[in-house]
Write a new protein. Structure first.
Lengths: 157, 716
């Protein structure tokens, strides 16, 4: 049994400790927002937060997450209102939408670490996330908007 | 569709415990004409009931998207059309996907950029008819004239008194009325929704993980399967050793499974387990010996060598006018060049997957499926199950690009479900998705042409590449029906001596539609050659096209391209290139600006695109589709290619089949031309013009002609 906390809820997982967190989250816990895209840390569709860091859950073993805090796209905000989620909606970013859980989870860490990212900062933080529909220009625009929304939220608190 | 075909029969009386519901739809008679039919509840009505709109007694409106949503926006555009004439607020409607049911919906194959252009006229009519029935019901209840009533936001309002009914209060009465005739559709200038850049209804669920893609669907008791398939696309399993596989905890079944890819058989070994991971581990432990005798083990270099050799032949003429041969033979100077385009995988972000549940008396399928009606027909036929006992459910598709219109993966999933006697989800790994095809065919083109006095005297094109049609149709001796796809029809008015031919070319590599299909490769060859002819004629490449594309819409598009890109004020050899292509009834022109990168290589400074797709629904979706098409074309032109060695695909995953990333993307500016022409396609036409415009820009800057894709922008 491995104990992990996902989106604030503790789970006792009876599985091979080598099973990637991705499949634990999807097949065992049943949260399907985190996506399988490549299985080898190339595309970023599976990005989750492990103790606040963006990690590729497809190459993160269950054992590494034991006793740790995992946040998935479902747990990023209560009402789809994280600044990145708001901005993604405002800028009509997704097309097929499959990669955007991972895109948003990567962007959320960038926005926390760098409240005012430049284009170059965004490119370097988001280069690990592939979007086959080609929504990149909108992702960049949305992250700038999210930064602005985040600053406004900060100011109003 | 004509108004006279509207059925005059009374609506069926609503029954059932949930109360009345009004449904409208179309049936298709044998002559292909649509008939409006009206009934009360899809579930209560006969099979010919075809419903896009459902309104229940509480006023809840449900609209059906009868096509696949793979990013291109049908989940928004279909409801946006219906809501306009139905007079409901999009925020209040629920949208659901249709099941495969061609009797209800007509063809559902989501390909050829066809959803809006195939459907919009009948959807407008259908929705306006529903609105008028509701108005008539309200007028009858109030005992007033219908002309004093109007519909707005899901209500009917009596203008003089201000009295209101919401639609739900009217459906029971409406269901007893005749369908009105002489429906008047709104003028385009009166549209409140159509033509507006509305937010997509599927965006919120794609930012919080709620959208259900094929891989996200789960059934009670469902097992997970992966399949080790013959890596050379066809052939059988000679033997396999599953001893180690069966020791992996969670592995339940290991067996040979057959897959039919058109007329070829491809076997694999299925590993079925309690989780995806266990199935994958089991597969790793598997040892399989393949039997692929009789199949050529091809190498990529041989394919192109052979194609270039074949291009010496005349091939089968597809279109010929004037006497190009006579003129070219006598020409003082003839341009004679070969273009080469690569094999491409579709590489949708969501790898192929499918859930099947085979039972004795019915089969149900769930998955990211572009053609639910085709899958239904195919499964019904292959498993000898009555068509109404085969239910095919579309989930959201994590990209499709043509691959998910193929029938192999639902068939294979059904075979596995039948064998294990239970529901199963079959998952293709990224490596499976990359290595197993089918692919866009790599095609070589030969272009010959002569210029005199700055004019095109004659042009001769021929292509040599695999023909998709040949997978389903054993007929040979006919030129590829898509030989001219991508080439603008107005050229045929102005180039008097021109021919197109297809030199038959067969290879044992499965191939399939890939976004914009033949236009994606034809466009590169044909528009590149127009650029070469313009250069040979000593003409400005945009003016050259202006002279040859006399059609009014093309002239406007060229003017717009010139205006938005600052083409006229550019300096000589500053790195501008242009290309214009047509496919699926829309024309797109693109101008690309490149410059030399410090330290070597080429950088794209900007792309301008002008789209003429006639009547359209949502300009923001058009912008998004063109942006995405350009980026997909950028990858296919510069970063990825499928190659073969000894009959095996050499690429496996995104580390060696490299997609463009956010760091590679140029600014893209999109413009849409407004006109009253019929709707054209949107999802694909933005793709073909990009690569010829890019290589023309590189020629303008460097003098170097690139005739082979892909090429490395860092090494120019």
């Amino acid at each position: 049994m491995t104990s992990i906390t996902v989106n604030g809820k503790q789970h006792q997982i009876d599985a091979d400790p080598n099973m990637p967190l991705l499949w634990v989250i999807r097949d065992i816990i049943g949260l399907t927002g985190t996506k399988y895209g490549c299985g080898v840390a190339q595309c970023g569709a599976c990005v989750v937060h492990l103790n606040g860091d963006a990690v590729r859950s497809c190459v993160t073993k269950l054992s590494r997450a034991a006793g740790q805090q995992v946040i998935t796209i479902e747990g990023l905000s209560a009402n789809n209102d994280h600044p990145a989620q708001q901005a993604w909606n405002e800028e009509n970013v997704p097309q097929c939408g499959y990669c955007h859980s991972g895109q948003i989870m990567s962007a959320a860490v960038l926005l926390r670490e760098n409240p005012n990212p430049s284009d170059a900062d965004i490119d370097s933080a988001m280069a690990g996330n592939i979007c086959r529909c080609g929504t990149y220009l909108r992702i960049r625009k949305a992250i700038h908007l999210a930064a602005e929304l985040q600053r406004k939220e900060g100011a109003s608190k | 569709m004509s108004t006279s075909t509207i059925s005059r029969r009374n609506f069926l009386r609503a029954t059932g415990i949930t109360g009345a519901a009004l449904c409208l739809g179309f049936s298709f008679s044998a002559d292909g004409k649509a008939n409006v039919i009206v009934a009360t509840d899809a579930d209560q009505s006969a099979i010919e009931m075809n419903a896009w709109i459902k309104i229940d007694a509480s006023g809840k409106v449900t609209l059906v998207d009868h096509r696949a949503e793979m990013g291109q926006g049908s989940y928004q555009s279909v409801p946006q059309i219906i809501a306009e004439e139905l007079e409901v607020d999009l925020k209040d409607v629920n949208v659901i996907f249709a099941q495969g049911d061609p009797k209800k919906y007509g063809g559902q194959i989501t390909g050829g950029s066809s959803t809006v252009r195939d459907s919009y006229k009948r959807l407008l009519k259908l929705s306006a008819t529903a609105r008028e029935v509701l108005i008539a019901a309200a007028a009858a209840k109030w005992k007033v004239s219908a002309t004093d009533c109007y519909a707005q936001s899901g209500t009917v309002i009596h203008k003089p008194s201000g009295k209101k009914f919401h639609y739900g209060e009217l459906v029971a009465d409406a269901s007893k009325l005749d369908a009105p005739k002489n429906i008047v559709l709104k003028k385009r200038s009166d549209y409140k929704l159509i033509g507006k850049p509305l937010h997509r209804k599927d965006t919120p669920m794609k930012t919080n993980g709620e959208a259900i893609f094929g891989l996200d669907k789960k059934l009670p008791g469902m097992l997970y399967a992966v399949v080790e398939r013959n890596p050379r696309f066809r052939g059988k399993v000679k033997s396999f050793d599953a001893a180690a596989t069966k020791k992996i905890p969670g592995v339940k079944h290991v067996f040979v499974v057959k897959m039919e890819v058109f007329n070829t058989i491809r076997e694999g070994v299925a590993v079925v387990a309690t989780s995806t991971w266990a199935a994958m581990q089991g597969r790793k432990a598997l040892k399989v010996i393949w039997d692929d005798t009789g199949f050529e083990h091809v190498n990529i270099a041989d394919i192109y060598t052979r194609q270039h050799e074949e291009l010496k032949k005349e091939g089968l003429f597809f279109k010929k006018q004037g006497d190009p041969d006579g003129i070219l033979t006598k020409a003082e100077k003839m341009l004679d060049v070969v273009y080469q385009t690569p094999y491409q995988a579709h590489s949708a972000m969501e790898p192929l997957n499918c859930i099947a549940h085979y039972q004795k008396d019915k089969i149900e399928i769930w998955g990211p499926i572009q053609a639910p009606d085709w899958v239904q027909g195919d499964i019904s036929q292959k498993f000898k199950m009555p068509i109404d006992k085969v239910r095919v459910n579309m989930t959201f598709l994590g990209g499709g690009f043509g691959r998910k219109a193929f029938l192999d993966y639902p068939y294979e999933a059904t075979m596995i479900s039948k064998q294990i006697d239970g529901p199963v989800q079959v998952i293709w790994t990224r490596e499976d998705d990359t290595t197993q095809g089918p692919y866009r065919a790599g095609i070589s083109y030969r272009a010959q042409g002569a210029i005199a006095n700055g004019q095109i005297m004659a042009v001769k094109f021929r292509m040599a590449g695999q023909n998709i049609d040949h997978w389903s149709d054993p007929k040979r001796g006919v030129a590829n029906s898509s030989t001219t796809e991508g080439f603008l029809a107005p050229y045929f008015e102005s180039i008097k001596n021109i021919s197109f031919a297809d030199v038959p070319f067969e290879m044992p590599i499965p191939n399939m539609w890939w976004r914009s299909v033949y236009a994606s490769t034809n466009g590169f060859a044909y528009e590149s050659f127009i650029d070469e002819l313009a250069h040979e004629a000593g003409k400005d490449p945009l003016d050259f096209r202006r002279a040859y594309l006399k059609d009014e819409r093309c002239q406007k598009l060229i003017d717009k391209l010139e205006e938005v890109s600052g083409w006229k004020s550019r300096k000589k050899n500053e790195g501008y290139g242009v290309a214009i292509t047509e496919c699926f009834s829309s024309t797109v022109g693109q101008i690309v600006k490149v410059s030399q990168k410090a330290g070597g290589g080429i950088i794209i400074d900007k792309v301008w695109a002008v789209m003429d797709c006639g009547w359209y629904v949502n300009p923001d979706i058009i912008h998004a589709q063109i942006e995405g098409s350009i980026i997909m074309a950028l990858g296919a032109a510069t970063t990825h290619e499928i190659t073969f060695k000894d009959g095996l695909v050499e690429q496996r995953n995104f580390y060696d089949y490299k997609m463009p990333r956010i760091t590679d993307i140029p600014p893209i500016e999109v413009h849409i031309i407004d006109n009253d022409a019929d709707a054209g396609g949107v999802g694909e036409p933005g793709l073909p013009a990009f690569s010829p415009a890019l290589t023309a820009a590189i020629f303008d800057l460097t003098g170097k002609r690139i005739r082979k894709l892909p090429f490395d922008m860092a090494n120019i």
